[in-house]
Design a protein around this ligand. Structure first.
Ligand code: SAM
Length: 243
């Protein structure tokens, strides 16, 4: 039987080992949830498995977990999806990363483009990237996912679209009338989603030259975060693990 809150750790996990918990996990388990010595926790580190463990509390600020056994393993993903998302404003990017993780993406690359309003550099970008990776980890804790999508360092749209390799490359673009056809079953997809201001004509042409097919999601203009989640749901239904 598996029980207890799910916690991510960067430590290696194996039966009959003890691992130190990081400050964030200790605060959550000991201070917020007020858990006691011997209480059950479930651990994952992104290797695809979840492990049962019991809490060992050393002090208010320090705790470890005694791992007993692996309890479950994620089925291998049917579809690798690399989401290229032009960086959106405020907490919209967090929302997209959280929901994309729940919907099973394997990789996310935040992109800059001509009409991208967010300009982050140096330290601020490093911090943002760390924050986005944490958003993905929290979404894994909550959704029961034992693999963690990688949030890659930001790239320009042209670098990403010209370098990415995938069986199928899709560009979400409202002015492109090419529907999604499901005659082949790709194992990997690169999905490119634009900013609130959309792509410029030059960007669309460059992406098409790099092998991206346009995908239209109906007659309405969707907000960038709605577009990403809608496309991911459709792709998981047609080629992935929704059925
Ligand atoms: N005025 C912009 C334009 O005409 O491109 C609208 C951009 S829309 C708010 C933001 C992004 O979501 C777009 O760049 C596109 O990637 C995606 N998107 C929105 N609605 C879509 C639709 N119906 N079909 C395909 N992609 C869509």
């Amino acid at each position: 039987m598996m029980s207890g809150p799910r916690i991510y750790t960067s430590e290696s996990l194996a039966s009959s080992t003890t691992i130190a918990l990081d400050d964030q996990a200790v605060t959550h388990l000991v201070r917020v949830l007020r858990m006691k010595k011997g209480d059950d926790v479930r651990l994952f580190n992104g290797d695809g498995s979840e492990y049962q463990a019991q809490l060992i509390i050393e002090s208010k600020k320090s705790a470890s977990a005694s791992v007993t056994h692996a309890i479950r393993q994620d089925a291998p993903l049917k579809l690798e999806i690399h989401l290229g998302q032009v960086i959106s404003k405020g907490d919209r990017m967090d929302f997209t990363i959280q929901k994309a993780t729940e919907l099973g993406v394997t990789d996310i690359t935040p992109l800059t483009s001509e009409r991208c309003d967010v300009r982050l550099k140096g330290d601020r970008m490093e911090k943002k990237l760390e924050h986005w990776q944490k958003v993905a980890i929290s979404a894994c804790e909550q959704s029961g996912r034992n693999t963690v999508p990688v949030v890659h360092p930001p790239k320009s749209l042209s670098d990403w679209s010209s370098g990415i390799e995938a069986d199928r490359k899709l560009l979400l673009h409202p002015h492109n009338q090419k529907p999604l056809v499901s005659d082949q079953s790709p194992e990997s997809i690169a999905l490119l989603v634009g900013p609130e201001g959309g792509f410029s004509d030059i960007e669309v042409t460059q992406c098409q030259e790099a092998g991206f097919d346009g995908l239209l999601l109906g007659p309405r203009i969707l907000r960038t975060e709605t577009a990403a989640l809608t496309a991911l749901s459709v792709l998981q239904y047609v080629w992935g693990d929704f059925r």
